[in-house]
Design a protein around this ligand. Structure first.
Ligand SMILES: [Zn+2]
Ligand SMILES: [Zn+2]
Ligand SMILES: [Zn+2]
Length: 156
């Protein structure tokens, strides 16, 4: 049974909101965002809803079953085989064990960097954030420093 009222104050819960990172939540309908104080006023109850697995139009390379997208507790997205399930009682996984982490997607743009005139690329992170950045930018894993042009424009 879905609980439709706030356990703190008994008011109705608001509509389900999806955050930018794909998490879903419901707030208490009495909570209001105050522009003056910059805080939420009223009841502060927030109900987090589980991430809904999405079925992909992609087949498992191991067994041919459809793949699904799930999100870990640490906000990382991965795709895994839909036949895979976890039994919390026996602490064992059953079914096919195929999974792959979803990496950021990079798309080349026909736009020039305002800083250095190289081409820009559009990047979408696994958590759903989008940005435009310079194609010359990179990450030096050895020295742990950013390399190339540092132009970044976050997209809504
Ligand atoms: Zn409430
Ligand atoms: Zn499989
Ligand atoms: Zn640049």
């Amino acid at each position: 049974m879905e609980d439709k009222s706030c356990p703190k104050c008994g008011s109705a819960l608001s509509e389900i909101i999806t955050t930018k990172s794909g998490k879903r939540l419901q707030r208490c309908s009495t909570s209001v965002w105050s522009k003056e104080t910059g805080k939420t006023e009223g009841c502060d109850f927030v109900k987090w809803l589980p991430f809904e697995p999405q079925t992909l139009d992609e087949k498992c390379p191991k067994c041919g079953a459809p793949l699904i997208v799930t999100m870990t507790r640490f906000n990382k997205k991965m795709k895994k085989c839909s036949t895979n399930s976890w039994d919390p009682k026996t602490k064992t996984a059953s079914g096919c064990d195929y999974f792959a982490w979803i990496q950021a997607t990079v798309e080349e743009l026909d736009e020039d960097c305002p800083k250095c005139s190289s081409k820009l690329v559009k990047v979408e992170t696994p958590s759903g954030k989008k940005m435009k950045k310079c194609s010359t930018s990179g990450w030096d894993k050895v020295n742990k420093v950013a390399t190339g042009c540092d132009y970044i424009e976050w997209l809504q």
